[in-house]
Write a protein that binds this ligand. Structure first.
Ligand SMILES: [Mg+2]
Length: 412
């Protein structure tokens, strides 16, 4: 694991002091604009001579537990954001907000952050955002499972023929296994797929109908087929087993729904349910897409320095830290033998959300990532090295300070 001895690292229990940085780097002060002499206490001549005014790094911010708790903004987010924008409100570094939420549109999440600062929906990445790249499914009929404005989400992502579980259920009384005329014509065998956006509200209905669709290759009125493996494609977003709401204990997340679906499928068929793709943190695809958005922002702003390092700031060991570290491993392995512009991806854990070293009722997911208890998804291996953060800081404001110092960054 990288960075275990870095001076900026705090003790996991939070007993070590916050990094020795001022609350503000005075980024907009006249001194820094005309060439900062002492950007932070203790800066050496070498530090000053290597200061950067253009970013060669980008931020991936988790939202819940980092910027907000429920609907309440975390105070440190406001001060952090003041350091990230110039006097015109433009970002000084590329920033993407990466959330595993999936039951709403990007714009709704952007609006949720509007009390902190104006951000564009193009900076927000939901767990389903990478589906935009899966154009080969966009023309096909897809059964979508989840809650919220499912059809709006599907259409916004590019799907032309989404059908919800509810719509399928309404058609179901009309379905007749032997009367072909009564099949709903939106279901086309061989050109059908299932997209799992998030946890639905009536699990038994969704589980039953998804299994029906899988075992009939898209004709849920027909009898189950013997030869339908591999089954039609299943694309799934957000693997979080649990999430923290107002209740004392964690609540079922979409990952729990997926456990049910996987086990029912296996019990009935004796075979593994296979995913065409899994997205949302900690999947590599999500980080690749986030990196793509970061680079697009840098290009748009004509920042010519290549982006070398991504800093993923989050509050959850299993999603934010595991995902960032997994992506960093991928970048390291892809650097050798290819000309990939691969950057590093560094994990920064904050203590304002799920991971809280001070709370009496432990919300820490560390207890759920052991060899015997692993809350990660079936297709992700337990690996203690992947849940070790590169840095632990009290909050997002400290995270921004830390990264600016690590990068010797003083914006113009
Ligand atoms: Mg979070």
């Amino acid at each position: 694991m990288v960075g275990t001895t870095e001076q900026s690292r705090l003790h996991p229990l939070g007993s070590a002091p916050r990094p020795a940085l001022p609350g503000s780097l005075s980024l907009s002060s006249p001194e820094t604009r005309s060439g900062p002499s002492i950007p932070w206490p203790g800066a050496t001549r070498q530090d000053v001579s290597s200061l950067s005014v253009l970013p060669s790094f980008g931020f991936l911010f988790d939202i819940d537990g980092v910027l907000v708790r429920g609907k309440t903004p975390i105070p440190a987010a406001r001060t952090a954001f003041q350091k990230l924008v110039n006097s015109q409100g433009q970002f000084l570094v590329p920033v993407v907000f990466v959330t595993n939420a999936g039951n709403c549109l990007r714009q709704k999440k952007a609006d949720q952050l509007s009390h902190l600062l104006g951000i564009s929906q193009d900076q927000v990445m939901m767990s389903h955002s990478p589906l935009r790249m899966f154009k080969r499914y966009h023309e096909k009929c897809v059964l979508v499972s989840g809650q919220g404005p499912l059809l709006d989400i599907a259409q916004d992502l590019g799907f032309c023929q989404p059908i919800t579980i509810d719509a399928l259920r309404e058609k179901r009384p009309l379905l007749d296994a032997v009367d072909h005329d009564r099949r709903p014509n939106v279901l086309v065998s061989g050109d059908f797929s299932v997209v799992l956006f998030g946890e639905p509200v009536r699990w038994e209905t969704s589980l039953q109908l998804i299994i029906d669709v899988l075992l009939t290759s898209g004709y849920p009125g027909n009898p189950y087929e013997q030869e339908n493996y591999p089954h039609i494609p299943v694309l799934a977003c957000n693997m979080d087993l649990m999430w923290v709401a107002e209740a004392q204990s964690p609540r079922f997340g979409h990952g729990t729904f997926m456990v049910c679906l996987e086990n029912i499928y296996k019990k009935i068929t004796g075979k593994e349910l296979k995913y065409e793709v899994l997205m949302g943190k900690p999947s590599r695809l999500t980080y690749q897409y986030a990196e793509h958005l970061i680079r697009a922002q840098a290009l748009q702003r004509s920042w010519e320095q290549p982006i070398q390092t991504l800093y993923a700031v989050g509050d959850n060991l299993m999603t934010d830290v595991y995902g960032a570290n997994l992506y960093n491993r991928y970048l390291e392995s892809s650097r050798t033998g290819s000309k990939s512009p691969a950057a590093h991806c560094r994990s920064v854990l904050v203590c304002t959300g799920v991971y809280n070293p001070h709370t009496e009722v432990p919300l820490d997911t560390r207890d759920s990532i052991t060899e015997s208890v692993f809350h990660g998804h079936r297709d992700f291996r337990f690996d203690p090295g992947l849940v070790e953060p590169d840095h632990i800081v009290p909050d997002v404001d400290a995270a921004v300070d830390l990264v600016f110092q690590l990068e010797n960054f003083v914006p113009n």
